[in-house]
Design a protein around this ligand. Structure first.
Ligand SMILES: Cc1cc2nc3c(=O)[nH]c(=O)nc-3n(C[C@H](O)[C@H](O)[C@H](O)COP(=O)(O)O)c2cc1C
Length: 327
């Protein structure tokens, strides 16, 4: 399938694997890129610029296809060395960067000079337009359904995507709630040029996470996520578990007085415990409502193939059957 996104990134299928903390290692990124999508290594998970450089080199050994690196900008008392991380990305010959969390403007000149394409992930039309204005090549429009940080506007993709299509000139992909061929075709209908998936890619053979994580996603229904940290204006969609129940209880009790220190036990440093150790109640971890549509853990190649084959079927058979020309 050819879209503005496949053309922009030099990939076969318009399917991107979003950056995911402690999930986006070389194994998954390479599997997605080898299957014709765009795999993405999660920059901050690697910890240091040197380790990121090694992960990029490891990914390069596993695939000769384009892949990207996610750089998430988070408020932090001890910010990571973003400058050196971007240098490692450029030196590693990476052709795509997915930015998220904050405005990437400061880094665009060095990325552009090196010929790196930038796709910025954001949760509103106004932020998408800002990304376009500052020179990003594409946007990943993340609806309210998404796993991770949906922002504070709470606009689901059925509204957000056509709004983005009305306003944007640069191409965009639909992110949040995307799982299968139906998602892809719907996203294309709403004006997107492809899809970005997070939660769906966690439940795959190649995702380098504990089997308990994949099983938790398979077992979950669309009712099993919750929004946490809203009082801190740092809303995150996570899978419900014992830690999340505790966290929500604190939010209810403390109300407006809630501070980050109050929730630190439930949110800080928990990803290795969940993703590597499979300790599923260790804390709050990002998961999308789309878990309700996921009931298997196929290989990445089988998943992407299934999406593309079924999408063609939906377009050429189901949709064309509705067209006036067919009746
Ligand atoms: C376990 C997990 C960790 C994530 N970590 C990050 C991250 O570090 N940086 C980022 O930009 N997005 C992160 N995301 C968001 C995804 O890249 C993607 O935007 C989101 O999952 C899309 O929604 P979906 O889960 O419904 O597909 C994470 C998502 C999940 C499920």
């Amino acid at each position: 399938m050819k879209t503005r996104i496949t053309e922009l990134f030099g990939i076969k299928h318009p399917i991107i694997q979003g950056g995911m903390h402690y999930v986006g290692f070389a194994e998954l990124a390479a599997a997605v890129s080898n299957a014709g999508g765009l795999g993405i290594i999660t920059g901050l998970t690697q910890g240091t610029p040197e380790k990121l450089a090694k992960e990029i080199a490891r990914c390069r050994q596993m695939t000769n296809k384009p892949f990207g690196v996610n750089m998430t900008f988070l408020p932090s008392l001890t910010p990571p060395n973003y400058e050196e991380m971007f240098r490692a990305i450029i030196a590693g010959g990476v052709t795509v960067v997915e930015t998220a969390g904050n405005n990437p403007q400061k880094w665009l000149p060095m990325l552009k000079d090196a010929g790196v394409k930038v796709i910025h992930k954001c949760t509103s039309v106004r932020h998408s337009l800002k990304a376009e204005r500052i020179g990003c090549d594409a946007v990943s429009v993340d609806g309210f359904e998404c796993g991770g940080h949906p922002g504070e506007d709470d606009i689901p993709n059925f509204i957000l995507l056509p709004r983005a299509a009305d306003e944007l000139t640069i191409p965009f992909v639909a992110s949040g709630g995307m799982a299968d061929a139906r998602s892809l075709v719907a996203a294309l209908s709403l004006g997107a040029e492809g899809i970005n998936m997070g939660t769906r890619f966690v439940a795959t053979e190649e995702a380098p996470v504990h089997p308990n994580v994949k099983q938790a996603i398979i077992d979950a229904s669309e009712l099993d996520t919750a929004l946490v940290m809203r009082p801190l204006r740092n809303t995150e969609r996570v899978l419900k578990n014992a830690a999340v129940t505790r966290l929500l209880e604190k939010e209810k009790t403390l109300g407006d007085k809630l501070a980050f220190e109050d929730v630190i036990d439930e949110v800080a440093g928990i990803y290795p415990k969940i993703m590597a150790d499979g300790d599923m109640d260790a804390g709050a971890w990002s998961c999308g409502m789309v878990a309700g549509l996921i009931d298997d853990s196929p290989s990445v190649e089988a998943l992407i193939k299934r999406i593309m084959v079924e999408a063609e079927e939906i377009i050429s058979s189901r949709l064309s059957g509705f067209s006036a020309a067919a009746s």
